[in-house]
Structure formats: structure tokens, C-alpha cells
Design a protein around this ligand. Structure first.
Ligand SMILES: [Fe+2]
Ligand SMILES: [Fe+2]
Length: 184
């Protein structure tokens, strides 16, 4: 991993620890997907972009991340919709040699169009975001709603790919848990 990724990530995490947790969870999942199928970008590029994809949120007003969607002003909506582009610009300025794939992934994470690597990143961040504790969400999101959110950003075959990775990871964790239960 390039030191610039760690520097930018540490700054983000220092200011907003929850963005650090979110970035790492998305990085873990998207890296796993990128190692199981060919995604046309390096798995480390996918991981770096996932870690930094929301870095522009450190510039947001303190309460914006916690606002109910119904309370958002026009200005709030503009700030939210521009964070992928703003994030790309921040990384490009701070890391002039940043590989173009990383910049492109950050810029397109909310609007991947037909680019497969960005579709994978988008489905991964949606899955993670829907399973995180959010102050405005009182109970777990129903899985059918999670599925719908994922299908808004990418086609079904990409959603299935990410879900297969999630299931595989869960199975591995369950097996490790069982093994520990037997051993100890
Ligand atoms: Fe985002
Ligand atoms: Fe995100």
C-alpha cells in the first residue's frame, strides 16, 4: 500500500472515526471481491479507493451525516451529491501520482454507470452502509430493502457477486468459530 493512502486515511479517521470504520469495512469487502474475480483494476487499487471513497465528508458541516433525509436543504443535497467529485479532487491534489484508477473509482462510487470496478465498489459500500449502525436508523434494515438499494447502483450479476463474497466470508467466520468452540 502506498504511504499516501495511509496518510490520507489517517487524517480522515482522526477527524471522523466512523468514516475510518466505514472505509475499512468497504475496503475489506471490495478487496475480497477483487481477488475472486477479474475486475480490471488492481485489488490494491480497489482497496485504496474504498478506504478513501468518502474522504470529502470531513469537509461536511458536523450535523449533515446525521440529518434525516426529509430535513435536507437544497444546499445539503448539493454538498452530498458532490462528495465523490470533491473526494477525487482532494486525493489528486494531495497525491499527484495517484493511479488514475483510484481517482476514477472515488469519483464514480455513487454513479458507476457501466464501469464494472466502480459497480463492485458501489455495491460493497451500499451493503456496508445498510448494515452499519446509523443514528437515524432505529432498527436493522430489512434485507429486501438492502437488496433494492444495491440494485439501484449496479446490475443483478454484480450484486450477486458481492453477496456470494459476503456469504463466503460469513461461512468462513462460522467455521472458525466452530473450530474454536471445539478446540477450547
Ligand atoms: Fe459516498
Ligand atoms: Fe460510503
Amino acid at each position: 500500500m502506498f504511504p499516501q493512502v495511509n496518510t490520507l486515511f489517517s487524517e480522515m479517521e482522526g477527524k471522523r472515526p466512523e468514516l475510518g470504520r466505514h472505509g475499512l469495512a468497504v475496503a475489506h469487502l471490495s478487496y475480497e471481491v477483487a481477488t475472486t474475480v477479474r475486475v480490471d483494476v488492481g485489488s490494491w487499487e480497489m482497496e485504496a479507493a474504498a478506504m478513501l471513497h468518502d474522504n470529502a465528508k470531513i469537509l461536511w458541516p458536523a450535523d449533515l451525516s446525521y440529518k434525516d433525509r426529509r430535513d435536507l436543504s437544497q444546499r445539503d443535497r448539493e454538498i452530498i451529491s458532490s462528495h465523490p467529485e470533491m473526494g477525487r479532487r482532494i486525493v489528486a491534489v494531495r497525491w499527484p501520482q495517484c493511479p488514475v484508477n483510484i481517482l476514477r473509482l472515488i469519483e464514480s462510487h455513487h454513479d458507476p454507470r457501466g464501469w464494472f470496478p466502480a459497480q463492485v465498489l458501489a455495491v460493497c459500500y451500499v451493503w456496508v452502509a445498510c448494515h452499519e449502525d446509523r443514528i437515524y436508523r432505529r432498527k436493522a434494515m430489512p434485507e429486501k430493502d438492502v437488496l433494492q438499494e444495491m440494485l439501484r447502483v449496479a446490475p443483478a450479476k454484480v450484486v450477486n457477486l458481492v453477496l456470494n463474497t459476503v456469504r463466503h466470508e460469513a461461512m468462513c467466520e462460522a467455521t472458525i468459530g466452530e473450530h474454536h468452540a471445539i478446540s477450547f
